[in-house]
Design a protein around this ligand. Structure first.
Ligand SMILES: CC(C)(COP(=O)(O)OP(=O)(O)OC[C@H]1O[C@@H](n2cnc3c(N)ncnc32)[C@H](O)[C@@H]1OP(=O)(O)O)[C@@H](O)C(=O)NCCC(=O)NCCS
Length: 188
């Protein structure tokens, strides 16, 4: 098993990513999709991820198994506004069913925190359905800063969303990583 950031997603990678998202769509529906992705959505997703990778506005951490199949991913997006470049959002965090509970997320978070530091980001944000893994993020060091009752609509049901944030330095300290580095110039 190995983990790393990718420069682009190949067609095969994209098939693997779609399979991961489909798995969650059918089981938990906590990633915004609640049915297998249509071919239009697949195309749109692939173009937007690869476009974001090319422009450097999106960073994709991928975990692969021995057969090189993608078994986990996290997408990071640095905020675009000049005044908000110190904020990075965690999106599309998924681990294949059979590899869950294996510390993969903790391992991946180390890479995520190194990337956040390299990009000069000081705050990390994410949002999650209130019936999703909120406690997991809390345990990892995130704190809730708000809720949106009408966060997701699936069929006739409405789900609440929890907005969470953490200081990158605090997360790094919790993960045993160095916090002894200068405040990035983009913060000045
Ligand atoms: C979130 C995820 C990446 C975590 O993977 P992991 O680190 O291997 O962790 P696990 O799946 O073993 O879960 C870790 C803990 O989170 C909890 N958890 C995971 N998914 C949950 C959910 N949908 N609702 C509530 N709790 C959840 C587990 O019960 C477990 O709690 P425990 O340690 O007290 O037993 C994985 O569960 C996943 O891919 N989920 C589907 C996609 C998703 O919801 N992503 C997060 C969107 S913000």
């Amino acid at each position: 098993m190995h983990i790393g950031f990718v420069k682009e997603l190949t067609r095969q990678d994209m098939e693997d990513v779609v399979a991961l998202l489909d798995q969650v769509a059918l089981k938990e529906a906590t990633n915004g999709y609640y049915e297998p992705l249509s071919s239009d959505l697949r195309q749109e997703l692939m173009e937007s991820i690869n476009d974001g990778l090319k422009k450097g506005v999106c960073h994709v951490l991928i975990a692969r198994n021995e057969a090189e199949r993608i078994i986990g991913m996290i997408t990071l997006e640095q905020q675009k506004l000049p005044a908000q470049k110190h904020i990075i959002a965690v999106k599309r965090c998924v681990i294949d069913d059979t590899y869950r509970g294996s510390m993969l997320l903790s391992q991946g978070l180390i890479d995520v925190l190194e990337k956040a530091k390299d990009l000069g980001c000081e705050q990390m944000i994410l949002d999650v359905r209130s019936d999703g893994p909120v406690e997991l993020w809390r345990r990892l060091g995130f704190q809730e800063y708000g809720r949106l009752e009408d966060y997701a609509r699936i069929g006739g049901d409405v789900y609440c969303g929890v907005y969470m944030s953490a200081s990158v330095r605090d997360l790094r300290a919790l993960a045993g990583l160095s916090t002894d580095y200068p405040v990035p110039s983009l913060m000045m």
